[in-house]
Ligand binder design. Structure first.
Ligand code: C2E
Ligand code: MG
Ligand code: MG
Length: 573
């Protein structure tokens, strides 16, 4: 009896211990986000633990026998769960299920663990089910972002470089060619500025989805950045040759792109092409070469296709070299001014001098402004250089007019970037003020291109300066879009006929006709006409006969250092 009571107490204590343990396990399971299914094959029992009801709708929770579970799962839609129950292997499986509870596709991770007896027969199985939908979507998004550009859905730059690398490797094995074609929408900044960035994005998207249509096993399309796209073509022959693709795109561009708000936009696109192995054997360099020819082509004129050649590359390397040195030159103040005299036709009286910047480079002697000004305009270096030129020439003029007691005009070349700065007008006026010169003896030479970007804003600034007496001269007339009809809208005093007209005015009858009509128009509008680049007597006499006011050129004086101008001024006294 004693013994029995003892055994009973022991059993009670064990049961209590067991139920504490079971409660503890349940608590642990319930506090996770997983659902667990425990099957005992020996007892044909099933226990569900954890967040089961969060996962499934069917009444598996209430099933306690393995046979009933099998039936329920057979009838259920959950193939993944059925597989997890029937599998004889431990391990992880991933599956996506339509989850009626969540009303959307849900991703689950099933982890199965099986316990075997000494005869290798399964005795117990525990299935843990975890909802990994969030992680899965995050991973998918990360994967997407790693490969694709979110705006256009095209490959992004990084992935494109990888795929291009694969094209190049295959081409090197088969001795074939890979073409890289870079495309850039012309004047996209203007579209963005005038129509807004939302419309700008829509255009990038629309053009991107049009280009996507070209994708196939020979051709990959990527959105590089902003309005720049890149196409790589392996073995570019026949229908997927560069020419065919270019022609197809050009044909499409003849039609406008219709925006979601009903407006339509016409696009021009510039193309740059570089090929493996000619341009480079490296994917990144191929892209760089295509970019160099593209932007080099854009400088020469938009809406064109340019092919890589070694000259373009050496010009580019040269310009990079110059760019580097330009920075040092600004720092070391390696610039000087030369001045070229301008004379009134007839009495050959000095009308003024044009300040022309010179760069003294230790290695290369004098570098022409025709070489470095375009680079300085592109990289912004024109701002410090231009400021220096403005101050130096006004200061020089103040010194000369005081020293020699003479009055003439100091002409200063101004670039578009200088003019577009907010402080442009005040900057000029404050220099005039600082050196106490007469504003009407200072002339700013601008080219037509200055006015193209934003006619109203720039002509407003020029008018303001004119209102203070500063003279404005239109330089290089005849090299831009030179519409005679818009001349009267310009706030100018003087028009400089470009040297290219003067060069052929005596030999080419159409140049003669144009030059004469320019002069007569200039007279009608009350402007002054200056001929640039006059090199011989006959040109001078002819220009005199057609009513040109002023000449500037090697015939009467080259650009010269200040001391040489001083001897001219000394003789004027
Ligand atoms: P530009 O303003 O049209 O200046 C006239 C250019 O023609 C000068 O070249 C001058 O040396 C050259 N030239 C004048 N007469 C003759 C001639 O009879 N025959 C020949 N063959 N050439 C003649 P340069 O000094 O090389 O300047 C080239 C351009 O660089 C200038 O053209 C101007 O656009 C730009 N530039 C020069 N200095 C400055 C500056 O300080 N600021 C800015 N923004 N641009 C400048
Ligand atoms: Mg000039
Ligand atoms: Mg000129």
């Amino acid at each position: 009896m004693e013994e029995m009571r003892y055994q009973l107490d022991l059993l009670k204590a064990m049961n209590q211990k067991l139920s504490i343990k079971e409660r503890m396990y349940r608590l642990i399971c319930d506090s996770t986000t997983n659902a667990f299914l425990y099957c005992s094959f020996e007892k044909s029992e099933v226990v569900t633990l954890g967040r089961w009801s969060d996962y499934f709708d069917f009444e598996i929770k209430d099933i306690k026998e393995l046979t009933r579970l099998t039936e329920a799962v057979e009838a259920s839609y959950s193939l993944a769960l059925r597989d997890a129950i029937y599998t004889e292997k431990s391990g992880s499986e991933y599956a996506s299920l339509e989850c009626p509870k969540k009303g959307s596709k849900t991703w689950f991770k099933f982890q199965v663990r099986i316990i075997y007896d000494e005869n290798k027969r399964p005795t117990d199985k525990i299935i843990s089910i975890d909802n990994i939908t969030k992680i899965k979507f995050q991973n998918d998004e990360l994967t997407y972002m790693a490969y694709y550009d979110t705006l256009t859905g095209l490959y992004n730059r990084n992935y494109f470089v990888r795929l291009l690398g694969e094209f190049v490797r295959a081409a090197s094995d088969n001795n074939s060619i890979v073409s890289v074609m870079m495309l850039d929408i012309d004047d996209f900044k203007k579209i963005n500025d005038s129509m807004g960035i939302v419309v700008g994005d829509e255009i990038i998207q629309q053009f991107g989805s049009y280009l996507k249509e070209f994708s196939n096993e020979h051709l990959i399309v990527c959105h590089m950045s902003s309005d720049v796209y890149c196409i790589a073509i392996s073995d570019p022959v026949g229908a997927h040759s560069v020419e065919q693709i270019y022609n197809r795109i050009k044909k499409r561009l003849k039609k406008p792109f219709v925006l979601s708000d009903g407006r339509s936009v016409e696009l021009d696109v510039s193309f740059g092409v570089a090929e493996y192995p000619e341009a480079s054997t490296n994917a990144l360099e191929l892209i760089n070469c295509a970019e160099i020819v593209l932007f080099n082509g854009k400088r020469l004129g938009k809406n064109s296709i340019q092919y890589f050649n070694s000259r373009v590359l050496s010009d580019f390397i040269n310009s990079v070299e110059i760019e580097k040195k330009l920075k040092e030159a600004i720092f070391n103040s390696n610039f000087i001014l030369h001045f070229q005299p301008q004379y009134y036709i007839g009495d050959n009286k000095l009308r003024g001098v044009e300040a022309l910047v010179r760069w003294r480079d230790g290695d290369n002697g004098m570098i022409s402004p025709a070489v470095f000004i375009p680079i300085a305009e592109k990289n912004g270096a024109i701002i410090p250089i231009g400021n220096w030129v403005v101050e130096q020439s006004i200061k020089q003029y103040a010194e000369w007019s005081k020293k020699y007691g003479v009055h003439f005009i100091m002409s200063i070349n101004i670039s578009a970037l200088q003019c577009s700065r907010e402080d442009f007008v005040n900057g000029i006026l404050s220099m005039i003020d600082r050196y106490s010169v007469n504003p009407s003896e200072i002339e700013l030479e601008v080219t037509e291109s200055i006015l193209i970007d934003d006619f109203d804003a720039i002509s407003g600034k020029l008018s303001k300066l004119r209102a203070h007496g500063v003279r404005i001269s239109l330089d290089d007339f005849g090299t831009g879009f030179s519409s005679l009809s818009y001349l009267k809208r310009l706030p100018i005093d003087t028009l400089k006929i470009d040297k290219s007209f003067i060069d052929t005015v005596l030999t080419d009858s159409s140049t003669r006709i144009i030059t004469e009509s320019i002069i007569s128009m200039v007279k009608t509008l009350g402007y002054e006409a200056i001929a640039e680049g006059v090199e011989d007597e006959r040109q001078y006499r002819y220009l005199d006969s057609i009513g040109c006011d002023v000449v500037q050129g090697f015939l009467l004086g080259k650009p010269q250092p200040p001391e040489d101008i001083e001897s001219i001024l000394g003789n004027m006294q």
